[in-house]
Design a protein around this ligand. Sequence first.
Ligand code: GLC
Length: 494
Amino acid sequence: IDQSINKSTIMAKEEITLSQPLQRNLDTFQNEFWVSKEKLHEIIDVFVQELKKGLHDNDDPYQIPMNPTWVMDYPDGSETGDYLALDLGGTNMRVVIVHLLGNHKFTKVQTKYRLPDHIRTTRKREELFGFMAECLGKFLKEQNPDGIPEGKTFPLGFTFSYPTTQSKIDSGVLQRWTKGFDIPGVEGNDAAALLRDEIEKREIPIKLVALICDTTGTLVASRYTDPDTIMGVIFGTGVNGAYYDVVADVPKIHNQLPDDISLATPMLINCEYGSFDNKHRVLPRTKYDVQIDQESPRPGQQAFEKMTAGYYLGEIIRKILLEGYETGYLFKDLAQDSEGAKKLAKDYILDSSFLSNLESDDTPDLAESKKEFETKLSINTTPEERLYAKKISAFIGTRAARLSICGISAVCQKMNYRKCHVAADGSVYMKYPHFPERAAKGLSDVFGWDGIKEEDHPIKIVKAQDGSGVGAAVIAALTHARNVKGLSLGLKQN
Ligand code: GLC
């Protein structure tokens, strides 16, 4: 098998030698986590079929949702205006005021608010939506120290990055929570309406004009500045992509189309392809992936995301290290009732920064990793254990990168895109060492670009413009323009 990428991106530490059993064990993992060129092709073929199926009908809750977003215009960079954006992320929430200046330029002011720890799984939905409204109110006060002018209303783009069914641009019924969120009373309900209620309760002068996903925002924001952008993708806590299709290719909305939307109208689709292969036809799952799925709040959902997204990478390595400890080949001196043993047994105690930090440690005896094990797991490690963990991180990180590009390849194949930019955002893309190179190498394997330098690749993944803020603003501006022209922004109302 072709494992050149692993060899080139894992610095072997001459000073540290692995014992034979550990080396053998590592070889097994390397084989299990390596995704060959042939396998990538097999996955992409199934991916293209699933994308098409998702556009065709909504019959199956386990297929890729392919959600029409009712963004039906391409931004051309001339959009102007001041818009508020609220972005609910995995760990933070951001409120941004974006000033679109036209000429592909913008300025923005933003404030980050840390989400209270328990909010991911609070039992009260008002707590989440109330918190968002509170932050919006606080932000407006700070930005308008002399008071908000009488009668002024701020248009808001709400970035809610979960799968929603949109019958129009300013509503979105949550299909299911992803990324470990599990708050009752939101699935099956309109998230825009829930936020609107909390805004109204507090009499904040804001009008929610568009609900969008981070992928959609990433695409539109990047296209505002770079017209070669054809996709927006997120490699972060979750994994997903968005692109423009045409209405003709989205049969599932044909019977409720308003008269002013023709088959030739562009339609931005939020794929929600984190749920690719929920039927487990083609992805090479390991027993750790299977366990993660079964122990998650939504087993059977987000199969692709659970192997590739930042939210799960730390959990994959934790399971492998725990197994190593329990079977006696790692952390041999760690007492069973020790702090370290307890931490190692705790679900989701590690996030993807653990793997990132191990992978970027180039000190001779992996001293940075030693600290990492001590602070996050209270475990004293030998250099050999650290090298072992570093290599395991590289297998997990490389697999994630190679699998991640299957979504991009499938969309490019479906749309026949040969030369274009794909705008990427998310913590894994921005911070995980080697991720961009590994993803580019994956694309190169798929499209046969051997010998072509990365910067000359025809399909190039580029760092996105701040999608969730600027994208929400540009979409709010496009929505405003359609409203002015009296054009539809959703399905025909019965
Ligand atoms: C999850 C969400 C999706 C989002 C992605 C990245 O897959 O369901 O909406 O785009 O994470 O944040």
